[in-house]
Design a protein around this ligand. Structure first.
Ligand SMILES: [Zn+2]
Length: 212
C-alpha cells in the first residue's frame, strides 16, 4: 500500500517538475526499462511484481531470489535491452515524424539505459559484471567511459566512470548468496552481447545529443 502511494507520488512529482510532455516521456522510458526486467523475471518463473516508482530515484521490480548467474545476467540485461530498443525506435520515429515527444522519449531512454549499463555495483551493469565474474573488465569499461566523457565533453560520463572505479574499491565483492556459475561459452556470448549493446546505445546517445 505504501509502495503504491509512493509510486503514484513519484510519477506526480516528475510530471510537476518536467511538465506533462517531458514528465510522461520520462515515465514511459522508465516503464519500458522496468518491464524488460519484469517480463524476463516472469518468463523465468521468479514471480515478479509490477514496477514500483520511487520519488526522485527511479523504479524497481521485486522478484524472488535468483539461483544462477545465467538468470542474474538475463534479468539484469533485459531492462537496458528493452528500454534501449524503445529509445532507438523512438529516435528514428522522431526523425521521421519530427515529433518532440518521441525525441524526449528517445533522449531519456538512451541516456538512462546506456548509463545503467556502466559496471557500477548499484546499477544493472554492476549486476551484469557480477554475473560474468568480471573485475578487470569492469575497470577497463569505467576508464573507457571516462575517456569518452573527456573526448565528447560530456562530463556526466566522466563522473559516472569515476564513481564506478571508486565504488569498485569501496564495496567488497563477496557474493551474498551462492549462485550457480555460468558455462564458459554462455559467459563469452553474454559478455559479447553486453559490450555490443553498450556500443549500439553509445552511438545513438551521441547522435541524439548532437541533435538536442
Ligand atoms: Zn534496471
Amino acid at each position: 500500500m505504501i509502495a503504491k502511494i509512493l509510486s503514484l507520488l513519484a510519477k506526480y512529482i516528475w510530471i510537476k517538475k518536467l511538465g506533462i510532455l517531458n514528465g510522461l516521456a520520462l515515465i514511459i522510458s522508465i516503464y519500458a526499462h522496468e518491464y524488460g526486467h519484469y517480463f524476463k523475471a516472469k518468463e523465468l518463473n521468479y514471480k515478479p511484481q509490477t514496477p514500483r516508482f520511487v520519488p526522485f530515484l527511479g523504479a524497481y521490480v521485486k522478484h524472488e531470489p535468483l539461483n544462477s548467474k545465467k538468470h542474474l545476467f538475463e534479468i539484469a540485461f533485459a531492462g537496458p535491452l528493452f528500454g534501449g530498443i524503445v529509445g532507438i525506435v523512438s529516435f528514428y520515429l522522431s526523425l521521421i515524424f519530427n515529433s518532440d515527444f518521441l525525441h524526449q522519449i528517445a533522449l531519456f531512454s538512451l541516456i538512462m539505459n546506456l548509463s545503467n549499463l556502466a559496471p557500477i555495483s548499484i546499477l544493472d551493469g554492476g549486476r551484469i559484471a557480477q554475473s560474468l565474474s568480471y573485475t578487470i573488465l569492469q575497470n577497463i569499461l569505467n576508464v573507457v567511459i571516462i575517456i569518452i566523457g573527456f573526448v565528447f565533453k560530456k562530463y556526466f560520463f566522466v563522473i559516472l566512470g569515476a564513481i564506478g572505479i571508486l565504488l569498485f574499491f569501496i564495496i567488497k565483492h563477496n557474493d551474498e548468496y551462492e549462485l550457480k556459475e555460468m558455462k564458459k561459452e554462455t559467459k563469452i556470448k553474454n559478455r559479447n552481447i553486453y559490450l555490443l549493446w553498450i556500443a549500439v546505445l553509445l552511438i545513438h546517445t551521441l547522435l541524439i545529443l548532437k541533435k538536442t
